[in-house]
Design a protein around this ligand. Structure first.
Ligand code: RP5
Length: 163
């Protein structure tokens, strides 16, 4: 097991165009004070980059991978095939099919190689980072505290009555 202090979350995405969504994952990890890195890695446009990233991820202290991809979104599944580090997939909202293509590509992994699939788009990017935080929180009490505080303030922000 790597030193807890050095564990990072990798936020990877198939294209620069995905960053608009995936920057919401960054925002959450910053709030949780979790170390992270961001990379553009495309399974089809930069397959060698994807392979190198995946096979070196464990030795680079990556504890969770968040992978955003759109369309025929094979990046999360391919990464999960190359490393046993947990992979959380964020289906990017595509123009033509509104992300349903991305969602089904990521969620419908055949048994044996799992990808934890989140919701399409912004909600998915936020929840992926919250889930990554919950995984890291199992080994880091400070993160657990931050995550619980974040949830508490969300609860408090919900008004009892609509206006
Ligand atoms: C996927 O193709 C990316 O994840 C992105 O969501 C989609 C479109 O990419 P661009 O054509 O905008 O670069 O690989």
């Amino acid at each position: 097991m790597k030193k807890i202090k050095n564990i990072k979350v990798a936020i990877v995405m198939g294209s620069q165009s995905d960053f608009k969504t995936m920057q919401l994952s960054v925002k959450i990890l910053k709030k949780m004070r979790i170390k992270y890195e961001t990379k553009i890695i495309s399974a089809h446009r930069t397959p060698k980059r994807m392979y190198e990233f995946a096979i070196t991820a464990a030795k680079n202290n990556i504890g969770v991978i968040i992978a955003g991809a759109g369309g025929s979104a094979h990046l999360p599944g391919m990464l999960s095939a190359l490393t046993s580090i947990p992979v959380l997939g964020v289906p990017i909202e595509s123009k033509k099919l509104k992300g349903l293509d991305s969602l089904l590509s990521i969620a419908q992994m055949p048994k044996g190689i799992p990808v934890g699939t989140l919701a399409i788009g912004d909600d998915g990017a936020i929840n992926a980072a919250l889930l990554a935080s919950a995984i890291i929180a199992n080994y880091d009490p400070m993160v657990k505290k931050k995550l619980n505080n974040w949830r508490l303030s969300q609860t408090k922000s919900i008004k009892k009555n609509p206006k």
